[in-house]
Write a protein that binds this ligand. Structure first.
Ligand SMILES: [Fe+2]
Length: 311
């Protein structure tokens, strides 16, 4: 059954069943506490993608049952939505940088995005036959930000998404009412937005006007963009250099991720769990959570220092 779901390069919503309905009580070996705090977690020693997927089902089932979270309104719907070995196409293989983003973007405009899918959780798994992976995944839990509520992010974000949401230009302009880039969420605060032309760019094209071999120039340009909002991503983000057998689990609403360094052909499995269709009320719930997380003033580096992931 699982083998039929892998590498279809298409969404699986019609082929899978909700995590909570698959839940088995036998999950005493799993702790989701770190995930509940930070929005990401790292698991070692999974022998293959089948073991990784079985673990993810149990892990997310346990998390959705044990912790109140932004995912609660979707809990009865969240299911495996995508399992693909990546990268497979040439631009994605040659690029060495990804800006901080939500996989597939977050639906943020209740009028434009109602009825579209939400991807609640993302995961990356490196198989044992991959030799010497060296890319670093960047992780930034949004609760580490502490934007002042005086900036009025909520209302400015509404205007920005309606005007400049992600989409495409051809054959005719479409605004999906989603945003994929954290930088674009913050760009809504600018009196004169700077990233409006990113609406149809791939994740590796952001900040890459001067492409570099190791992705560091792009990273510095992104860091510079964030500094105008008094956000220092160089001290706030974690980095994880995944090794074979490791599974990285990410809360795709509460934690953005990116990358520096190049991936080999089909180096990782990308796994997404999501909800097939969200309502206008649910989209407002997502947006409210996003804004509240970014305006949180909880202690910034608490988690990073406690877990000490390898850089
Ligand atoms: Fe991603």
């Amino acid at each position: 059954m699982l083998a039929e779901l892998i590498d279809r390069q298409s969404l699986l919503f019609n082929r899978t069943t909700p995590v909570t309905s698959n839940f088995v009580v036998d999950s005493d070996d799993i702790s989701v506490r770190r995930f509940a705090l930070d929005g990401f977690d790292l698991v070692d020693g999974l022998p293959d993608i089948f073991a990784a997927l079985a673990y993810l089902e149990r892990y997310l089932g346990l998390y959705l049952r044990q912790y109140a979270s932004v995912h609660d309104p979707f809990a009865s719907e969240i299911r495996l939505a995508k399992v693909d070995r990546i990268p497979v196409c040439s631009p994605a293989i040659s690029e060495s940088f990804q800006a901080l983003h939500f996989d597939m973007g977050l639906p943020l405009d209740p009028d434009l995005a109602a009825g579209s899918s939400l991807f609640n959780f993302a995961a990356l798994y490196v198989p044992y036959n991959v030799v010497n992976p060296h890319a670093s995944t960047r992780l930034l839990p949004l609760r580490r930000l502490s934007l002042s509520p005086d900036r009025a992010l909520a209302s400015k974000l509404d205007v920005y998404v309606k005007e400049y949401g992600d989409g495409w230009a051809k054959p005719s302009y479409v605004n999906t009412g989603r945003l994929g880039s954290l930088a674009r969420v913050l760009d809504s605060l600018n009196a004169e937005p700077q990233l409006t032309d990113y609406y149809n760019k791939a994740v590796w094209e952001w900040f890459n006007e001067i492409p570099s071999e190791d992705g560091l120039i792009e990273y510095q340009r992104e860091a510079e963009f964030f500094r105008q909002f008094e956000i220092d991503i160089e001290t706030l983000e974690d980095r994880v250099q995944l090794v074979p057998g490791q599974l990285l689990i990410i809360d795709n609403i509460s934690c953005v991720h990116g990358r520096v360094g190049r991936r080999q052909f089909e180096e990782v499995y990308q796994v997404l769990y999501g909800s097939p269709s969200v309502s206008q009320t649910q989209i407002i719930h997502i947006k409210d959570h996003l804004v509240a997380s970014m305006e949180s003033s909880r202690q910034k580096n608490e988690s990073k220092q406690r877990y000490g992931f390898a850089v």
